[in-house]
Design a protein around this ligand. Structure first.
Ligand SMILES: NC(=O)c1ccc[n+]([C@@H]2O[C@H](COP(=O)([O-])OP(=O)(O)OC[C@H]3O[C@@H](n4cnc5c(N)ncnc54)[C@H](OP(=O)(O)O)[C@@H]3O)[C@@H](O)[C@H]2O)c1
Length: 286
């Protein structure tokens, strides 16, 4: 196929915009899709608006379906993804890549894992050739709560000896772009180079940022209390607690091999993230 047309949904979002940029080498016709498309290029794509999908998916060869951030209303995200998959099928789109999460079917601690299980199933049932990107948690997620932990000096954790291989969002975007270019079907675990314990992450913070952290193992209830005391946003706390429960259960222990293959180099280590964001992280420490 000559220059396939690739539409990226959620193109104004953090991941979607990076994927559009990563695809920009001219080998494909790249079309940003968003509820708020740029005026001169891009198509309006709103999973809640069937007409936008009918018009927006017309003539598209490959699609990146970026999972929405609609977590407040139970069932809403699954409904949005169903609308997108049905519209993709009707439009004759030949390949869909989807941003899922690690081990969705065996991660009950993650309150939105069921959306990903359902979406992966809908894609399988659609019979559209599909690439499932099981994106690990982004390094950038740490920006929302690490400054509070640094300011407090104590890292309360419910993760025990469980490990998590945070991945740079940029690497996840490059992996998505690579998959869209190859249209390879399958399931792809996207992870950083090293699954780390909280103790190891705390040591990295001390090494790179020069801020010592005392790691204190607690249960999930105490973790939520301590995060609130440290000033972490109330909306963020259930996410951190669920993440650590899942980490404790070993559900994030994923190696970097697939990511390395897709992006053509080792994924960026957490040390690089801490170095690159050192100023921003320390500016947020109050
Ligand atoms: N692995 C991780 O650590 C992690 C972290 C955060 C989020 N996520 C998941 O990955 C997705 C992308 O992450 P991100 O960092 O780019 O988050 P983000 O910047 O918050 O992006 C949210 C995305 O949801 C899209 N969206 C919301 N409502 C939509 C609708 N009705 N129809 C179509 N698209 C809709 C938005 O698209 P437009 O505004 O362009 O329409 C936007 O791209 C998130 O939505 C979430 O499912 C994963």
């Amino acid at each position: 196929m000559q220059r396939p047309s690739i539409l990226v949904t959620g193109a104004s979002g953090a991941l979607g915009s990076l994927v559009v940029r990563a695809l920009g080498d001219g080998t494909a016709r790249v079309i940003p899709g968003s509820r708020t498309p740029a005026p001169d290029d891009g198509r309006r794509i709103d999973f809640d608006d069937p007409a936008s999908l009918r018009v927006g998916f017309a003539g598209i060869d490959r699609l990146l379906l970026v999972s929405t951030d609609e977590l407040a209303v139970p069932g809403k995200r699954e409904q949005q993804h169903r609308a997108a998959i049905e519209a993709a099928h009707r439009a004759g789109i030949g390949y869909v890549a989807y941003t899922s999460m690690p081990n969705p079917a065996t991660s009950p601690a993650i309150f939105f894992a069921a959306d990903h299980v359902a979406t992966e199933r809908m894609l399988a049932e659609s019979r559209i050739p599909t690439g499932i990107l099981r994106n690990g948690w982004y390094q950038e997620n740490l920006l929302a709560y690490l400054p509070h932990i640094i300011a407090d000096g104590s890292w309360f954790t419910a993760a025990g000896a469980g490990r998590i291989p945070h991945v740079a969002r940029e690497d996840a975007a490059r992996a998505a772009a690579s998959l869209l270019q190859s249209a390879e079907p399958g399931i792809f675990d996207i992870a950083g180079p090293h699954p780390l314990t909280i103790e190891e992450i705390a040591t990295a913070v001390e090494t790179v940022l020069g801020r010592a952290l005392r790691v204190v193992q607690v249960d999930s209830v105490r973790l939520a209390v301590e995060l609130a005391r440290q000033g972490v946003a109330a909306s963020m706390i259930p996410m951190v607690v669920a993440t650590e429960q899942n980490q404790h259960a070993g559900r994030f222990e994923i190696g970097p091999e697939t990511t390395r293959r897709l992006i053509g180099r080792a994924p960026r280590p957490l040390h690089d993230f801490l170095r690159n964001y050192a100023e921003a992280l320390l500016a947020l420490v109050r």
